[in-house]
Design a protein around this ligand. Structure first.
Ligand code: PNS
Length: 167
């Protein structure tokens, strides 16, 4: 069984992430989307969505692929790969900025373990999409529908409205 892990914080998951999960699902027997669950209160409160909400939104979005599932993890991604017997980490690369950051992580992960990192080039139609930009644009009323799954769009709009009402 060839198993791959797609790790990230996914706050929230975007259509760019989903493109990578779907393409990875065609290359591996099983793909586990691994959501970094931060135990530190300071870090988890900087998220727009709780880890349960992020897991829930991903589970819903990956339901069309029978060989893709989602799981939370704490600690090192390489330890998580060992725990679930995954041979590869799959990540999307949008451009040179991602490459510089991801190369260092891939090399550190290779130093720690024999897990391989596989990079998939982002679909050009998604190369400008990031969770942070989606949140920023949406918070100023910009239209991000089409960049995230519809259910995520609804939850994002509702969460930002709650935050703005409470501010
Ligand atoms: O979506 P993000 O924020 O880029 O995801 C980052 C994530 C969760 C993939 C990365 O921070 C990670 O792998 N964290 C787990 C801790 C770890 O293994 N750190 C060493 C990486 S070389």
């Amino acid at each position: 069984m060839r198993r791959a892990v797609c790790p990230g914080s996914f706050d929230p998951v975007t259509n760019g992430h989903l493109d990578i999960f779907g393409r990875a699902s065609a290359l591996f027997d099983e793909v586990v989307v691994a959501v970094g669950v931060n135990k530190s209160k300071a870090k988890s409160s900087s998220r727009l969505f709780s880890s349960d909400e992020r897991l829930d939104m991903i589970a819903d979005a990956v339901s069309p692929w029978p060989n893709v599932r989602v799981q939370g993890f704490t600690g090192l991604v390489t330890d998580f790969c060992r725990e679930i017997d995954a041979q590869a980490i799959v990540k999307g690369l949008r451009g040179s900025g991602d490459y510089d950051y991801e190369l260092q992580m891939a090399q550190m992960n290779a130093h720690l373990t024999d897990v391989e990192t596989v990079f998939l080039m982002t679909d050009p139609s998604m190369s400008f999409v990031s969770s942070s930009l989606v949140k920023e644009v949406a918070s100023f009323g910009g239209d991000v529908s089409g960049l995230v799954p519809e259910a995520v769009f609804e939850r994002l709009t509702a969460r930002l409205a709650e935050r703005q009402a409470g501010a």
